[in-house]
Design a binder for this molecule. Structure first.
Ligand SMILES: Nc1ncnc2c1ncn2[C@@H]1O[C@H](COP(=O)(O)OP(=O)(O)O)[C@@H](O)[C@H]1O
Ligand SMILES: O=C(O)C1=C[C@@H](OP(=O)(O)O)[C@@H](O)[C@H](O)C1
Ligand SMILES: [Mg+2]
Length: 199
């Protein structure tokens, strides 16, 4: 296992340029862990939420307010399609990206990783950040989160890898466990090496 913050040079070549897509509920740490993972792999990091905001020129709450969830999902699918034309990316996705079946055509081109974190931990983490998550602007955010997780769990379970948080750990420790699991799902012959393309 790698000590925290050290690169993982032996894993990156095994990925042969495949993008890594982090999926899971709001608050599981896709954005936070994704940044660390990219650093460790020597990959670039991107976040579909940030790309949606850039394309729209508005924040996610503003997009939901003006165009509704449907408008947001259209933009999200579009940026995901664009992201998949690049290689060597760690991609933090938005929690609901798994719901649209067509998005899986893109996600399945890379390695998908479900970060699974208990609901209580999610609620604690999201308490101070609910303003940034329009879907949690309800009278009973915990019930909402529980309902969404129930609906989405079968989709998240389609990931190539699952990393479940059982005890509190840092994003680096989550990365350690994830990096250790990656070789188990990579076939030696899968995906030939191709040169990088500039964005
Ligand atoms: N391993 C962790 N331990 C404690 N807090 C974390 C951890 N990972 C993420 N967080 C915190 O949880 C919140 C949500 O994390 P974020 O990366 O935005 O999740 P997501 O992108 O999955 O919605 C942030 O405040 C972040 O600092
Ligand atoms: O779960 C969802 O449907 C959403 C999750 C958010 O991203 P995070 O999962 O990064 O919070 C963001 O895409 C949007 O608010 C909708
Ligand atoms: Mg995020």
């Amino acid at each position: 296992m790698n000590p925290a913050n050290t690169p993982a040079p032996s894993i990156a070549p095994k990925l042969k340029g495949l993008n890594v897509y982090l999926i899971g509920m709001m608050g599981v740490g896709k954005t936070t862990v994704g940044k660390v993972l990219a650093q460790r792999l020597g990959y670039r990091f991107t976040d579909t939420d940030a790309l949606v905001e850039k394309v729209a020129g508005r924040s996610i709450p503003e997009i939901f307010a003006t165009d509704g969830e449907a408008g947001f999902r259209t933009l999200e699918s579009r940026v995901l399609g664009e992201v998949t034309t690049y290689r060597r990316l760690v991609v933090a996705t938005g929690g609901g990206i798994v719901v649209n079946r067509e998005n899986w055509c893109h996600l399945h081109q890379g390695l998908t990783v479900w970060l699974d974190v208990p609901l209580d931990v999610l609620m604690d983490r999201l308490e101070a950040e609910r303003d940034h998550r329009p879907l949690l602007q309800t009278a009973e955010p915990r019930t909402t989160l529980e309902f969404l997780l129930h609906q989405r769990r079968p989709r998240y379970a389609e990931a190539d890898l699952t990393v479940t948080l059982t005890t509190p750990e840092t994003p680096d420790q989550t990365c350690d466990r994830l990096l250790a699991l990656i070789p188990s799902v990579l076939k030696e012959t899968a995906h030939s090496e191709e040169p990088d393309r500039d964005p």
